[in-house]
Design a protein around this ligand. Structure first.
Ligand code: GN1
Ligand code: MG
Length: 372
């Protein structure tokens, strides 16, 4: 079935006027569909969920429904005193009443409302933007902090548990295909060494969880800069999108993920690896925005692990790209066979920059926590 035919399965008024690919996601296929009536139009997001990544796509819809119902109710309660209109996408049901549509070829499709008059960016625009990205993530964490983490299913077991990615990596490295790549490339061997030097560190957050210092909460799972919507008119953050990876986990992975994607001014796909560095000014603005929302629910132990979370998620994403490269690019969408290798190099370079700036980042964190 064509995307147009799929879009018509969803319960939207009017006739489909156009449908085109949108977004920069690495996993799902995303389209923007425009429906017109004789007096107006409605725009929705239509997505095919990657069945290779999400083994139980029904569960992500169940999670999304529970999560957005909670948040929409809470936003309603707070709307009188809020300084802006906060938004969160809502599921657009199918004409048959279900929250998703299955095509004849095993494709799993769903539709979501489009956040109005807002856009997201792949790279940071300025300090105000960074502050808003922090504010949006903090607001999301605050909203879900009153939910029972176990009210959502774990749709992606092992997702954001760094030691699990090490296990996967170790298994892949042993394969004949990976051995071939390792033998033939000095760069691959350099990345291997990079991983080996951080093997112990990879356990830092899971150890803190196992030791009772950190607790499971609800996390977004993918709060990178391009998933934060900024209002076109006011420049303020208005929504966080891409709720597929919301699940019980450590909010530290979210905190780190937003920062690693925001503070690399070159972006995740740059060809200029030499320019990749962690920007302290953007970090400072983000943390002020985040703490402004998160002060009420962050514990002393939470605060202790904020620096590690930035370093760890950057290492983890690099490791995931590298592992996928060695496995023959089976997880992340690629335009060339070397793209995952380049992505890994970028994240590892960023990780090194985070390590070099450890003292300054810790200072920024401490000042924001005391001051904001
Ligand atoms: C993937 O598909 P996208 O772009 O929303 C990935 C994230 C990574 C991100 C890096 C389910 O997200 O974990 O951080 O790429 N999502 C999944 O750009 O693996
Ligand atoms: Mg995502």
């Amino acid at each position: 079935m064509t995307p147009a035919k799929i879009a018509e399965q969803f319960d939207v008024a009017g006739r489909l006027a156009s449908i085109r690919p949108t977004g920069s996601g690495n996993v799902n296929d995303t389209y923007l569909a425009v429906f017109r009536t004789h007096f107006s139009e409605e725009r929705i997001i239509v997505q095919r969920v990657n069945g290779h990544v999400f083994a139980q796509p029904e569960w992500i819809m169940e999670n999304m429904s529970i999560l957005t119902n909670h948040c929409h109710k809470q936003l309603q309660v707070e709307s009188e005193t809020a300084d802006r209109i906060w938004q969160l996408p809502r599921i657009v049901p199918c004409r048959n009443g279900q929250d998703f549509f299955k095509d004849g070829d095993g494709g799993f499709w769903r539709a979501l409302t489009l956040i109005a008059s807002a856009k997201s960016y792949d790279v940071a625009q300025n300090a105000e933007h960074a502050f808003e990205v922090g504010t949006v993530l903090g607001q999301f964490h605050r909203l879900v902090s009153t939910m029972n983490p176990l009210s959502l299913r774990d749709t992606l077991p092992g997702f954001h548990e760094t030691p699990k990615y090490l296990e996967k990596y170790d298994a892949v490295v042993k394969s004949a295909e990976a051995q071939e790549l390792i033998k033939s490339s000095l760069e691959v061997r350099n990345l291997q060494r990079f991983v080996e030097a951080r093997r112990e560190f990879a356990h830092v957050l899971q150890n803190a969880l196992d030791g009772g210092e950190l607790n499971l909460r609800l996390i977004h799972g993918d709060p990178k800069i391009s998933n934060i919507m900024i209002d076109n008119d006011t420049g303020k953050g208005t929504a966080i999108i891409d709720l597929d990876t919301a699940k019980p986990g450590l909010i530290h992975y979210d905190f780190g993920d937003a920062l690693r994607s925001l503070c690399n001014r070159e972006g995740e796909e740059t060809s200029d690896i030499g320019q990749v560095a962690f920007d302290l000014d953007l970090c400072e603005s983000f943390v002020r925005g985040y703490i402004g929302q998160a002060r009420g629910f962050l514990t002393e132990n939470d605060k202790k692990y904020l620096y590690d979370s930035i370093r760890l998620i950057t290492f983890e994403l690099g490791l995931r790209f590298f592992q996928d490269y060695l496995a023959g690019n089976v997880y992340f969408r690629v335009k060339s066979p070397e793209q995952n290798l380049q992505r890994a190099q970028i994240q590892f370079r960023l990780c090194e920059s985070i390590e070099t700036r450890r003292r300054q980042i810790k200072e920024v964190l401490e000042l924001a926590i005391i001051g904001g």
